[in-house]
Design a protein around this ligand. Structure first.
Ligand code: ZN
Length: 397
């Protein structure tokens, strides 16, 4: 008996040690709000200044989203990550690539695109958010054009440019990736650029941007501080923050991880979008359902990332896959709710009891489900037998 009791006591000490070793991520996942019902948001980037066929694509998307409603009658919501300008190729060419000039979303040439956006916003299906003044840092593009003929051709093309055609490092707005590894920008330049993009955004949408998503998910504290000054209080993230492009051009210098509901240094609420749904890349409608089910088990909203290229390059097939995915989500999770990221962030921040679970047992079950994603914890829990009491927790609902 004494030996058994001693062995059990040692096991408890071992488990306590494991829990202590992983205390940081475990506590963070306990504190992370638990949603009461499934929430699905389609997050779509890169819309705005650019090719004219966006107007048709947006109209089709708006019609599709309005046909699909949750049990409260709310239509499906798609965010529009808005880009406010593209290069004015003719003027840049005339200046020999020594000056940057832009075509801005506010100009008459983009009337149809703006109208399609605002019509969808009024219909409650589009939620605009700031993606950037442009999908690059202009000075970095001019510098790159000096050595790279492909960049020079792109920058001087007379047609409205598609930023998707740029190399990935140059699509990062908040670093100078004209050569690799990238170099940080001067915080004063960031501050000025963020103020200007927020003003341009407000001139089109009638209010300062409340939500921002950095191009290519590369940004830093200086950007967050500048966005805060400009009125941004929600930041869409992939769950971590890259602050540079490395020598291979990949997002790197990761300096933070975040869970939905956590706050930036500047006070913004972070949301995590980590489901990838790009029909033109072969993602099937089922992917949306699987993402929704997995996030629901974790008590989280499913923010599904997609991009305008799906709806410009393969519009019919992408629209059909999106519609099938949303219909399958409604069929699989009849209590799914459609929300905008701003509404979600407000519900999380206010711990709104209509949306946020407060009962202990459901919170424990969700917490258990979240632990599987903590690096190494799952393996250590299995090796030490801690997995057994945790499994009981998972079945206790
Ligand atoms: Zn983008």
């Amino acid at each position: 008996m004494t030996v058994l009791a001693l062995a059990f006591a040692m096991l408890l000490v071992l488990w306590a040690g494991v829990l202590l070793a992983f205390a940081g991520p475990l506590i963070a996942r306990w504190r992370e709000p638990v949603l009461k019902c499934p929430v699905l948001i389609i997050e779509s980037d890169d819309w705005g200044a650019g090719p004219g066929q966006q107007a048709d694509a947006l109209c089709h998307l708006s019609g599709l989203l309005q046909r699909l409603r949750d049990r409260s009658g709310r239509p499906a919501v798609m965010t529009l990550g808005v880009v406010l300008e593209i290069p004015d190729g003719e003027r840049i060419a005339a200046a020999g690539c020594t000056e940057y000039h832009a075509m801005r979303l506010a100009e008459a040439r983009f009337d149809a695109v703006r109208t399609a956006m605002t019509d969808g916003i009024e219909a409650g299906v589009f939620a605009p958010q700031l993606h950037g003044q442009c999908h690059y840092w202009p000075a970095a593009l001019l510098a790159a054009a000096g050595t790279d003929p492909a960049v020079r051709d792109w920058l001087t093309s007379p047609e409205p440019a598609s930023t998707e055609a740029l190399s990935s490092p140059l699509q990062s707005r908040w670093v100078d990736a004209s050569s690799l590894p990238s170099r940080p920008l001067d915080p004063a330049d960031i501050q000025q650029a963020a103020a200007r993009e927020a003003a341009d955004y407000a001139a089109i949408f009638g209010q300062a941007p409340a939500v921002a998503v950095a191009t290519t998910f590369v940004w830093n504290d200086a950007v967050e501080a500048a966005w805060a000054t400009a009125g941004v209080d929600v930041i869409i993230t992939p769950g971590h923050r890259a602050t540079c492009r490395n020598a291979a051009g990949q997002p790197a210098c990761m300096d933070a991880t975040m869970l939905s509901g956590e706050h930036s240094l500047a006070g913004q609420t972070y949301l995590v979008r980590d489901v990838y749904f790009e029909p033109a890349l072969g993602h099937a409608s089922q992917r949306l359902v699987e993402g929704l089910l997995a996030r629901t088990r974790q008590g989280r909203a499913c923010l599904a990332e997609t991009h305008r290229f799906n709806f410009l390059q393969a519009p019919d097939a992408s629209l059909a896959t999106l519609e099938a995915g949303l219909n399958a989500a409604l069929a699989t999770c009849p209590n799914v709710r459609f929300l905008s990221p701003l509404e979600l962030a407000h519900a999380i921040r206010a711990r709104n009891p209509d949306w946020i679970e407060t009962r202990l047992l459901p919170r424990l079950v969700v917490w258990r489900a979240r632990l599987d994603e903590v690096p190494r914890f799952r393996r250590v829990a299995r090796l030490t037998g801690l997995v057994l009491p945790l499994a009981l927790l998972g079945r206790s609902a």
